[in-house]
Design a protein around this ligand. Sequence first.
Ligand code: GDP
Ligand code: MG
Length: 420
Amino acid sequence: MFIDQVVIQVRGGDGGHGCVSFRREKYVPLGGPNGGNGGAGGDVYLRVDPERNTLVQFAHQQRFEAESGANGEGQGKQGAKGADLYVDVPPGCVVRDVRSGDVLGDLTEPGQTLLVAKGGRGGRGNEAFKSPTRQAPRFAEKGAPGERLRIELELRLLADVGLVGKPNAGKSTLLSRISAARPKIGDYPFTTLQPHLGVVQVDDVHSFVAADIPGLIEGAHEGAGLGHEFLRHVKRTRLLEHLLDGMSMDPVTDYAEINHELAAYDPELASKPQIVALTKQDLPDSREMLPLVREALGDQVPDILGISAVSGHGMSELLHRIVDALAALPEEEAEEPLYVFRPAEKDPRAFEIRRVAEDCYRVIGQEIERLAAMTDWSNQEAIERFERILVARGISEALEQAGVTFGDTVRIGHYELEWQ
Ligand code: GDP
Ligand code: MG
């Protein structure tokens, strides 16, 4: 199976916890606070590896997590930062956030990277909370949890070769035959016509991607809505493999008609170089046709191949001609501008209050949820600090306006508080 779409989970490393510690010196009963900060968690990046051309690796692993930061220690010692994690992907990968559907990036250039999950920042040690009014804070922050995201990778193979020809010429059969050695044909969900792409492995070093374009031409008459995306593939093909039906009454007219349709559809497509082959050479009628077609088209196409996807006749020669022709053609010219969408930045301090039950409220907000996760709930001073943040951010007031009363439950992230 050719995998062209996967969903994976990425998770930045958690931040290390801040430390509560005090200087201990001889004859000094209680020294100042010296608990160090936790280290930040590592980030998760996707990185383009030009050696890859499938998403097959993700069949075995779908979860990726960067290293957590180390905890802070006494004597002001900072925790080490967690290592970043690089996940290699093939070029041509579009990355989406599954939850929002936002496109996070389009990975095309070798070595290009995309940050997909940030590590959490390290919690501050008690040294950081020392102030003129609080000489001996006995609490520290916990590390922030790393960002977690489900992302979808969609691989868009760039087709090198487009298969064209009249309906029944044998395009689909050829594609399944030549990519059968490594069955990597995937349906692309862009159109109702279900165009096909296949990776053709000719030998150890040579491979190319072929697209069954005809659906495009056939569908154009019926006005079938063709995906923008697919058209992009087709335009990027460097070579057309033009198949003539060996069992057609008139392959010569077929040839002219297809070229005419190509030009009408897109002149750029029509100007691509072509390799022409007459199909179904396992059948006597088709074999009789070959010299006639060669004769009639000799001026325009000097070397028409005879092939049969059924018997395998002419297959090897066809594939090597394609490989040679591709090698002689320039690599794709001017790239279209790459697009990278970044979701609009949200104000991290924005919050929302929802009444989820008679006596239960939920506070939803990126920053406040993170701060709740960073609070050490077993420590009274840390809890008091969190309460001050609720007041400072206007969350307490908003809760009261929403109707919170004494004894109600307030949920923030994974934590529950009883309203006092
Ligand atoms: P497409 O419309 O161009 O995709 O053509 P298909 O691949 O669907 O083939 C049309 C018909 O021709 C099918 O019935 C195939 O089985 C048949 N066909 C394709 N290639 C060959 C071949 O090499 N030899 C024979 N005998 N039949 C073939
Ligand atoms: Mg077909």
